[in-house]
Design a protein around this ligand. Structure first.
Ligand SMILES: [Ca+2]
Ligand SMILES: [Ca+2]
Length: 270
């Protein structure tokens, strides 16, 4: 398939209300492997099998990532990253992310799928994929689809059930202020993970976002969440991430879990 480089745009200067704390995590260990990514659009496509030993054109935005043996590995040590919606909550994560800058507007309708080597997240751990689009007027739409093991101590705070689940998180922010925010979780049985885990995000021509997941290596997909409508277009990015919630003493005693999409944009050192 043709490479998509002409559609890969320069990073916009969008910045959410993210406070990144660059410190190494000594007490967290996690590691998840991405086998392949396929981005398909009417105007082009991009496939990466992570088979040339070089993580580029992906940028490591948080933590530790490497490419070997046909996979991209997102592992600890991550980067400690305090994220907030600017209001009610903060989240303290140890995370490792890679991202690709994408001109979504040039793509139009698209489907993006990441295939992860079969794994079950440990307590507080998660992995998944994230898209962000600047849809104009200073508004940024984030959408994330993850599998996470949510601890009982934080589930109620998020309005989610504790346990292993798929989580869809979406928000729109304008100028760092949250316009709308949704988080949904659907419990899954560990025994249902019988193969690689595939996340698929589709944006159709009407602006309907659909997330679907396969837990059996791509043989079957389910869409546990309702479609979400957002404005079309925009530049932005595609991120793949793994993280572990880091309970911090004192300030972060009530740390939340599962808000994977928050803070997936960091300020680029200029
Ligand atoms: Ca591969
Ligand atoms: Ca590569």
């Amino acid at each position: 398939m043709p490479r998509l480089h002409p559609l890969v745009c320069a990073l916009s200067t969008l910045c959410l209300s993210v406070l990144a704390v660059r410190s190494e995590a000594a007490h967290s260990t996690f590691g998840f492997d991405v086998d392949r990514v396929d981005l398909v659009a009417s105007s082009g496509s991009l496939s990466d099998d992570f088979d040339d030993g070089v993580i580029s054109p992906w940028e490591i935005t948080f933590g530790t990532a490497s490419e070997a043996g046909g996979v991209a590995s997102l592992t600890s040590p991550g980067t400690h990253n305090v994220v907030t919606d600017g209001g009610a909550f903060s989240v303290f994560l140890d995370r490792s992310d890679i991202q690709l800058e994408v001109d979504w507007a040039a793509l139009g309708e698209f489907s993006v799928t990441s295939a992860w080597i079969s794994a079950v997240p440990g307590p507080g751990e998660s992995f998944g994929q994230f898209t962000q689009r600047d849809v104009g007027g200073g508004a940024v739409v984030d959408t994330a689809f993850v599998i996470a093991l949510v601890a009982p101590s934080v589930a109620a705070t998020l309005g989610l059930s504790p346990g292993l689940q798929l989580i869809q998180y979406q928000q729109q922010q304008t100028g760092g202020i949250t316009d709308w925010f949704t988080i949904e979780g659907v419990l899954v049985d560990e025994a249902d993970i019988t193969g690689d885990v595939l996340f698929r995000t589709v944006l159709d021509g009407s602006g309907n976002y659909t997330h679907s997941v396969s837990l059996d290596g791509g043989s079957s997909f389910v869409s546990p969440f309702a479609d979400t409508f957002t404005a079309l277009g925009g530049s932005g990015r595609l991120s793949l991430f793994a993280y572990e919630v880091v309970p911090e003493p004192g300030t972060f005693a009530l740390v939340l879990v599962g808000l994977a999409g928050l803070g997936s944009v960091k300020r680029r050192a200029s």
